[in-house]
Design a protein around this ligand. Sequence first.
Ligand code: GAR
Length: 237
Amino acid sequence: MGKRENDSKRGRNGSEAQLKLAVLISGSGTNLQALIDACAEPDYPARISLVISNKDDAAGLARAEQADIRTQVIRHTDFASRSAFDQALSEALAAADIDLICLAGFMRVLGAPFVDHWQDRLINIHPALLPAFKGLHTHKRALEAGVRIAGCTVHYVRADVDVGPIIAQAAVSVLPEDTEASLAKRVLKQEHRLYPMAVALIAQGQVAVVDGRVRIAGAESGATEAALINPLPSPTK
Ligand code: GAR
């Protein structure tokens, strides 16, 4: 969301109004939980107005209900086409007057008309350091490729899958004994830190998309000299 758009969200007393989020899920919803927990903090600049699942049995629905957040199930199987499903989603989001849509383990590809309509108001978390390992089974493929550093990415969504301006990334070391499950667990822990942080930056009006890339105002970059190196260099003898 651009700075100017965000300025229009200032309340009458000049304070920032909270950004209204919708979180879209298909499964366990641990990233949703991280956002719920962040929104429970008094100073957090966003709140979740709506959680939508495309599956009745998504465990994340119970997390939302527990937090008194409105939920809606819109089953993709109830629609004859992708575009009809996308249209129903769009209508529900517009009816709730949503400022920012957060995909959090939402396992449906959204069509170009939907993505274009919500451009720069639609973000995703992906369990890899994009542009590497787009798509599914990211941890398995990262292990097979022998990468030594893995991670996760929060990005604006564009019509191509797992493509779009990158807002924030977190990296972890891949360990020799890692399995797909152990690597997924270590990355997921970072997802839970990264997603609320990225949403806060957007809600505070610090994120702008300029020429297809994200510019962040007033946020510290990682320390310039510090690096995540794997394996650690051995001490010089
Ligand atoms: C997360 O690891 C998220 O990055 C991934 O699904 C998981 C959902 O977990 N998303 C994708 O793979 C999207 N391409 P959660 O339901 O516990 O948040």
